[in-house]
Ligand binder design. Structure first.
Ligand SMILES: [Mg+2]
Length: 450
């Protein structure tokens, strides 16, 4: 039983986040031991009928242990137990940060318990964040539903927002499912627009780091972000403010800066994007990627994806781009998550084997294979490189950068950013709105108007 459980767990590792599972396990213990059902209240009819079932009907002393008597003391005691746990995890994270600074992360208690734990670029005030989440989701008052994966994911987000707000300089966003629904455009009615404008007015650099790759083609990105760019114009953002907004497409391959452009029907001009040539911001090792090596890697990926499509009879089309290859479902078809994950994991494995067999003489081109929710793509480069090039271009440190995205499982393309910046894991544009509503009141705004 134990070994089959373990095998099952390992095979499902791409669907789990080890740190969240660890915290969830800790919170489950007090829930199991103490969050007992409410004591039944005797109704007049129970009393008339002389019920023999109720805990106060003769054998009360034994049965009383099965219930929590009073509502408020139970909630207060639960809350204290949960807070104690969150405070302990907070302390473990601090210890881990100290060991990382000393160059021995593997010596931390947290690393021993959760070996895959990522870096923490700021402390995380988990106790305060739990109180905040408890006020919204009544975690301590729940007797039948324990603290869930999503409760803990949101608590980590709140803690990260609280910690990074005073030092934040760069905030990057994934596109699909973070700012807008999958494959759709940014519309003028999006409730995220005033929040993004607030971030820019607070002096932050704001960037969209997306898998969507249209080589050097500003008009394609302008089309997808049309509602946002028109809103920038309607709010009359200054050139200096617009210059703080970037779009980095193809994970890390195509950078654009926002600004006023001449054109359109009006005299005023329009807000648009300008392509920045790679030599302006890409490091030497990235500029050295050879195009024949890129195409060879994409050929291997495409061959494997085609094999997956054929083996699983998927109704898809293969899409090849300059620096990407992917499979997208045919109109009306849907690929199950398990099938998407199968394509991702087998292609990851195939490409790693290919690079290993190529030997040390060939520079290994970084790539990312990811489940985009309804499709699978292999992109040259990844969002880790994307965030890093923005950090070096804008002179921003990891503890002053936060990436907001929805794909933080190991088969997702936001996952890689964890090595280089703080992260907020959301699951929908509504949750992005939620974290920005927590963040914006904590920001300080430059006194001079630009
Ligand atoms: Mg996404």
């Amino acid at each position: 039983m134990t070994s089959s459980y373990r095998i099952n767990y390992q095979l499902r590792a791409h669907k789990r986040d080890p740190l969240i599972e660890f915290i969830k396990g800790l919170l489950l213990t007090p829930f199991v031991l103490h969050a007992k059902p409410r004591k039944p209240v005797l109704t007049p009819s129970d009393a008339r009928g002389g019920s023999q079932q109720g805990p106060e009907a003769g054998n009360g002393d034994e049965d009383n242990n099965d219930y929590q008597e009073e509502e408020k003391p139970m909630v207060d005691a639960n809350l204290q137990r949960y807070l104690e746990i969150m405070k302990s995890v907070e302390a473990m994270i601090e210890e881990h940060r100290r060991k990382v600074r000393k160059g021995v992360p593997e010596h931390s208690r947290l690393h021993r318990i959760v070996p895959s734990v990522a870096s923490f670029f700021t402390p995380l005030p988990l106790e305060a964040a739990f109180l905040n989440a408890n006020a919204k989701h009544s975690i301590a008052a729940r007797r039948f539903v324990p603290p869930s994966f999503n409760d803990i994911r949101r608590i980590l987000n709140t803690a990260q927002v609280m910690a990074i707000a005073p030092t934040l300089k760069l905030i990057t966003f994934d596109g699909d499912m973070t700012l807008y629904d999958d494959g759709t455009c940014f519309t003028e009615t999006s409730s995220l627009i005033p929040l993004l404008i607030t971030l820019i007015r607070a002096g932050l650099n704001v960037a969209i780091v997306t898998a969507a790759g249209y080589p050097g083609d500003a008009s394609k990105y302008e089309e997808r972000l049309g509602g946002l760019l028109r809103s920038f114009r309607n709010h009359k953002l200054s050139e200096k403010q617009l210059e703080r907004f970037y779009v980095l497409g193809g994970e890390c391959n195509y950078l654009f800066r926002c600004g006023w452009k001449k054109g359109g029907a009006t005299e005023e001009g329009v807000v648009g994007l300008t392509y920045i040539v790679p030599e302006m911001y890409q490091p030497a090792d990235m500029l050295a990627w050879k195009s024949e090596d890129i195409q060879e890697l994409l050929d291997v990926a495409e061959e494997n994806l085609r094999r997956c499509v054929s083996n699983m009879n998927l109704k898809t089309t293969v899409l090849r781009k300059l620096r990407a290859v992917g499979i997208v479902p045919l109109e009306g078809a849907k690929i199950a998550r398990e099938q998407l994950d199968e394509c991702v994991l087998s292609t990851q494995q195939r490409l790693l084997e290919y690079q290993q067999m190529s030997g040390p003489s060939k520079v290994a081109i970084p790539f990312c294979v990811f489940n985009g929710g309804s499709d699978v793509f292999v992109d040259i480069g990844n969002k880790l490189i994307g965030v890093q090039v923005l950090q070096s271009y804008l002179g921003t440190a990891p503890d002053a950068t936060v990436h907001v995205g929805d794909q933080f499982l190991s088969t997702g393309n936001d996952f890689a950013t964890r090595s280089s910046c703080c992260t907020l894991w959301i699951v929908s544009p509504e949750e992005t709105e939620g974290v920005l509503k927590e963040l914006t009141p904590l920001l300080t705004f430059p006194s001079e108007t630009e």
